[in-house]
Write a new protein. Structure first.
Length: 269
């Protein structure tokens, strides 16, 4: 599932393409919205909250969408051929000079703009909120520490704690804290953990690129400390990186860690 910074950048690209323009075509290819036509509506802007996108239109109307594992909003010049299969298109927005296509986007809902916050009221503070304050940080830290026995990795992926962390950042945050993702939350500094999560997401979001790095390097084999480095080894010590599964059912994720640089429990093979 895309991390919060990826969703943020998708939203920014979408916004640059359509904000301030009037739709010539506003078509949905999903059963619940198949009869809706947004042609003639002005696009007021696109915003994100964690991994949720909100496209706002004239007339107090907002489209909520989620990328989940395979969704994407692509931008093309008017009349250009799509790079993805047409049968994957769920939303088609066109203006005079541009088309924005939602491929395999999920959780599509049209709501009153004044009510859109109801859809994300359950989330913790958005790590990329431009209005982020110390109060947001304190609230996220309190939510993280609320269940001291919970595995750190599971807590980090819980969007009710703080919105935006995905599996990549989960692994990298645990590495930078020096503990395994199975370490109880009680053994880390909650405030430091929240600050680190925001720092990593913000660095990649503000860099304006979809290629994520947690090390500061962009070379393919130097971008991350442990995430997906079972072949290359730990970027810090060079030792063998191991991978185990963390979570159950839909929460199951492959989880990378370095047993040399990270202390704490982890499952046997």
């Amino acid at each position: 599932m895309p991390e919060g910074d990826t969703v943020y950048l998708v939203g920014k690209r979408f916004d640059r393409a359509l904000a301030g323009k009037t739709l010539l075509r506003g078509e949905f290819r999903v059963p619940q919205l198949a009869t809706v036509d947004l042609a003639g509506r002005a696009v007021l802007g696109v915003g994100t909250v964690g991994k949720h996108l909100f496209t706002r239109f004239s007339g107090d109307l907002t489209l909520h969408s989620h990328l989940m594992m395979d969704g994407m909003w692509d931008v093309y010049p008017a009349g250009a051929k799509w790079r993805r299969p047409g049968h994957h298109a769920r939303v088609i927005f066109t203006a005079a000079d541009v088309q924005v296509i939602g491929f395999r986007v999920h959780d599509l809902k049209l709501v009153a703009t004044s009510k859109e916050t109801d859809l994300v009221a359950h989330l913790g503070p958005d790590l990329l909120d431009p209005q982020w304050t110390d109060e947001h940080a304190a609230r996220a830290a309190a939510a993280l520490a609320a269940d001291p026995a919970r595995e750190l990795g599971l807590a980090l992926l819980d969007q009710r704690v703080m919105a935006g962390v995905g599996n990549l950042y989960k692994c990298e945050i645990a590495f930078l804290l020096g503990v395994t993702p199975w370490t109880p939350v009680s053994e880390v500094d909650a405030g430091r953990t929240v600050a680190l999560a925001r720092k990593l997401l913000l660095a990649n979001a503000t860099a304006g690129r979809f290629e994520q790095s947690t090390t500061g390097h962009l070379d393919r084999n130097r971008k991350n400390w442990v995430y997906e480095r079972t072949r290359q080894g730990c970027f810090r010590c060079g030792g063998k990186v191991q991978v185990r599964t963390q979570g159950h059912d839909v929460q199951r994720r492959p989880t990378w860690f370095c047993p040399t640089d990270q202390t704490g429990p982890y499952p046997p093979r």
